[in-house]
Design a protein around this ligand. Sequence first.
Ligand code: ADP
Ligand code: MG
Length: 613
Amino acid sequence: MGAGTTTGISPVHHTLRTVFGFESFRPNQEMIVSAILNKRDVFAVMPTGGGKSLCYQLPALLLQGTTIIISPLISLMKDQVDAARANGIAAAFMNSSLGQREITDLYRELKSNRLKILYIAPERFAMPQFLETLKGIPLALFAIDEAHCISEWGHDFRPDYLGLSAIPTLFPGVPVAAFTATATQKVQQDIINTIGLRTPRVVRASFNRPNLFYQVEAKSGVEEQLLAFLKDHEKEAGIIYRTTRDSVDATAAFLASRGIRALAYHAGLPPEARERNQEAFNRDEVSVIVATIAFGMGIDKSNVRFVVHADLPRNIEGYYQETGRAGRDGEPAHCLLYFSRGDIPKIRYFIDQVQDDAERAIVMEKLNQTVRFASHNVCRRKQLLAFFGEAYPEENCRACDICTGLVRQTDISTDARIIMSAMARTNERFGINHVIDVVMGADTKRVRELGHDQIKTFGAGRHRDKMHWRFIVDELLAQELIRQDGDRYPVLKLTPKGATLLTGQEQISGIKREEAKTKGRRKQVGDLGSSDRALFERLRIVRKKFAEEQEVPPFVIFSDRTLHEMCRHFPTTESDMRQITGVGDVKLERYGREFIEAIRAYKEGPAHGGDEG
Ligand code: ADP
Ligand code: MG
């Protein structure tokens, strides 16, 4: 322990630097690591990308014996082990994907104490041979990843996880650390009680993901919108979520027809195809995946640069989890939601199938929360964090459309009153389309039959197009001046607040989204100038070469963040290279030289240095 430590650095920090290549801990990591090193049980909630793996991998290296990590997904296990091995850690996984020979070999390694880390699936715990083996060897720690799977109150309950409650009794001297990215207070208590954690150190990290930029845009002709968005994000990896399998297939095909390589992922595909597409995305062979929400659980890919929701999510919790897959490496990433009230009836259709009244009311309220999130003129980050019971202290988050002024207040008083007056004069008995028809003076049979061409507001809004009136209606709904009433054929009604404003003089303002300004919004830390971009592309090629040689995803070699730092600091010596985040001893030795050479070649090359030619 601590051998070779440079003066003044604790063994923990030394390992952080030399093995993982990190200069400092992320929030809460150090606290968790030291609790484990003091043999204390831990319960930790940290958002996706918060760096949970390090919390158990680092102590695993400093403690005597083997660390057993329980993880629910086979595909994740492999990536985690690849990543640990890439840092020179003796790690392996044992699950049903292995043959008998491999399992036998693993048992031998386990018994001779050659493994620092072993990943297993929860069902392994029910196997007597496995338990017997564990009892015979020194153990450092049990780490339970995705610990919410043990709770029936959570959203991913796995009966197999219940078997883990035997750990504290069977292995009284070994600390247990449970990790999750989602836990309400109720789920938290449930996890702690069910596993039987012994006065654990409880750590709840902030759910804020400062590197994520949140944006909501009005949805209209979403496939063309996606195309334009992707043009701005060429060569970046991203996920596009859609609600149904059909729309996933259609969007993937549309993008392909426009020359963008995008693969589809949904539960209707054969398992092999699903796995193949997931792997291709994981390994940077294809940059865009169009998926239903079934996608994402099984990937730890750290360089996802954008997550787009092309349809309205059903609840905020899911939305947060899905957007959370962006930017795990801590570099800026973009979360864009295309919002249209037209998506609401489709979701309501599913909600209406829910038999239980109480349950239906809950899912309905969750949908309403999502609609408010998308339509209210309030910092997106503040809204998301409030959802998790966290108060966001800053006035301006500087990383959402509201706070960066992509939306602007405009006076919509006159137009708002035209809509509300048309509603009032038709006795609040008609839906959005008809009200807009009346306002625009449409010559339809229905308007004539109802005599609505005779009312005072008929045609009062002829000078503006339908999109504009739709926008006004959306604003009024968002501000709760009007509401939709009725399930199948919802009609517009004035709320008491709206009725007061209709006859009053007060100004009504709305948020106007400025489409043209949405470009170039991501001028955050980490954005690269054009010359560095070129180096980044070269380094990506080097990374890809190593990844292919070793049959691991590229982010296992180096994260985007690591490459970006190289592009900013141009390390051309070993000691400079060691300063880069993510470059530990083993990676420096394995990959350092080639990356240094690529950087040198770039610096000296004719293409570098500004002007063309
Ligand atoms: P989680 O499991 O909480 O979603 P991971 O353990 O997968 O997060 O870590 C997310 C990313 O953050 C990984 O790329 C990891 O290498 C990186 N990371 C973790 N800890 C640090 C740190 N202290 N400094 C820099 N990067 C870190
Ligand atoms: Mg994780």
